[in-house]
Design a protein around this ligand. Structure first.
Ligand code: NAP
Length: 243
């Protein structure tokens, strides 16, 4: 059995990634925060496609204790395997101009989008190093590459995630573990609900938002054995919005 953990696998990009990894033969462990129905729907889509049965693992990626507990419990129940592919995808945004941003929104976004990288990766990277094979893919953002007004918290978290990607890649490359980031622009999911898609699309050279499947295709490549020599890289998926 080959296992892949996708954080935030219940909806949006995480769901598309879960389906793609399942199609590659992985038993996908679908993490999510609270939306049981959406997580079950992802699990069903994988089942209906005839891919290996996926597992659900509900825990809050922003809590170090919750992550350690859930991952240790999972590992104890799966002595035959380890998480070979980790996609750190769970994320939130709480946009506001810096002038109005409450500390709570600053911390919540930092903890969920960047703290989660530490919380989830730390217990999972050790077995990868021992087995001398692993793929870690971090869901960054255009916002972390360019910085976007109204998103100082989110830009800081995603920018930090990109830096952490590059640092960890250099620590683990010798053990045949790769760590890369994907940086989507605007992608049609619940996260962009409420944005003016028409007005924003006019600014995107491709003339449209991306799809979760277009992001998942890049994740699948980075997760594949063929991507062994791509390490510490950030791949943008943004319709040429920022190059
Ligand atoms: P989404 O549709 O809002 O889905 C968010 C996912 O993250 C859900 O599965 C949610 O679980 C999970 N999640 C949120 N907080 C969590 C927590 N504390 N613990 C565990 N799971 C948690 O978002 P999306 O658009 O697919 O975004 C996925 C990733 O891509 C995020 O990191 C986001 O920042 C990044 N991204 C998105 C875009 C875009 O345009 N959509 C652009 C650039 C980057 P529940 O279902 O249980 O709530």
């Amino acid at each position: 059995m080959k296992y892949a953990l996708v954080t935030g696998g219940s909806r949006g990009i995480g769901r598309a990634v879960s389906l793609k990894l399942a199609a590659m033969g992985y038993t996908v462990v679908i993490n999510y925060a609270g939306n049981d129905a959406a997580a079950a729907e992802t699990q069903n889509l994988i089942r209906e496609a005839g891919y290996p049965e996926a597992e659900l693992l509900k825990f809050d990626v922003s809590s170090a204790e919750a992550c350690t507990e859930a991952i240790e419990k999972w590992q104890a129940a799966h002595t035959d395997g380890y998480i070979e592919v980790l996609v750190n995808n769970a994320g939130i945004r709480r946009d506001n101009l810096m002038l109005w941003m409450e500390q709570e929104d600053w911390l919540k976004v930092l903890n969920t989008n960047l703290g989660s990288f530490y919380n989830v990766t730390r217990p999972i990277v050790k077995p990868m190093l021992l087995k001398k094979y692993g793929r870690i893919i971090n869901m960054a953002s255009l916002s972390g590459q360019k910085g976007l007004p109204g998103q100082t918290n989110y830009s800081a978290a995603k920018g930090g995630l990109i830096a952490a990607t590059k640092a960890l890649a250099q620590e683990v490359a010798k053990k045949r573990v790769t760590v890369n980031a994907v940086a989507p622009g605007f992608v049609k999911t619940d996260m962009v609900e409420g944005l003016d898609e028409k007005a924003l699309s006019a600014q995107i050279p491709a003339g449209r938002f991306g799809t979760p499947e277009e992001v998942a295709a890049v994740v699948a490549f980075l997760a594949s054995p063929e991507a062994a020599y791509v390490n510490g890289e950030v791949i943008a998926v943004n319709g040429a919005l920022y190059t």
